[in-house]
Design a protein around this ligand. Sequence first.
Ligand SMILES: NC(=O)c1ccc[n+]([C@@H]2O[C@H](COP(=O)([O-])OP(=O)(O)OC[C@H]3O[C@@H](n4cnc5c(N)ncnc54)[C@H](OP(=O)(O)O)[C@@H]3O)[C@@H](O)[C@H]2O)c1
Length: 244
Amino acid sequence: MTPAPAQGPAPAAGVAVISGAGRGFGAALAAVLAAEGWTVYGIVRPGSAAKTGTDGRVRFLEWDIAQPCPDGVAGVLAGASIDVVVNNAAVGSNQRTLAAVDPDSLAHLLDNNVAGAVRVTRASLAGLLRPGAGGRRPVVVNVSSRLGSAALQANGEFAGFGTSSGYRLSKAALNMLTLSLHEEFGADLDVWSVHPGALATGMGRSGASKEPATAASELLRELSEPGGTGPRFFELGSSAPLPW
Ligand SMILES: NC(=O)c1ccc[n+]([C@@H]2O[C@H](COP(=O)([O-])OP(=O)(O)OC[C@H]3O[C@@H](n4cnc5c(N)ncnc54)[C@H](OP(=O)(O)O)[C@@H]3O)[C@@H](O)[C@H]2O)c1
């Protein structure tokens, strides 16, 4: 995969923690940041690191984030000075109607997509609150979806869209995590929810054509901004905020 070139000023290389770094957007972001000189800790499920292809420039940490943080991973993260945490790992669901959502699968979605982000953020917190190498305010990036917007849902924007109710619930909860983290840590951290766009990945809708490397370069560009602007929810590649 050839990363799309970043436009605009490149941020100083820092240290990033990315969950779900084995494929899709997470793998593309790990490759783009590593190519720019960042130190990247890529969280992948146990046993999957060997299948990835980032040429040894990413340090893989094996962790199923639906489980507690393994001691070895906790030690690595606690000892690092971290500039950016990207809560990217997520699972999808094809249970389209509320009636089709069975409670066990909803618990599985929330455990991966929401509690997983909480686990990764908590494991990274001491490192985030330590001055990092990149020289910007540290950032927690929750990779959400426009489908997590309660306001767009209320406006009927997703009527007939055919995506999973459970997935929408999980991304709305992730957006609330963004706001809650801002409330608690906003003096020291930036916290963003980002919609990456309709990506040509395993999770992407059929016909989705945006390359994950393009979205990765767009996020890199956002990281070149000084920060300190409060909680944000926006689509990568667009400066317009999304409604919560
Ligand atoms: N694709 C889109 O069009 C789109 C649109 C809006 C938002 N998003 C969001 O963007 C993010 C990336 O999506 P994607 O399209 O790149 O998805 P993807 O190709 O399905 O990749 C998801 C990644 O998350 C990892 N993962 C899931 N659960 C995990 C767990 N418990 N522990 C560790 N790793 C776990 C997967 O690991 P395995 O390989 O081991 O399964 C995989 O590497 C997600 O948060 C998604 O909701 C995507």
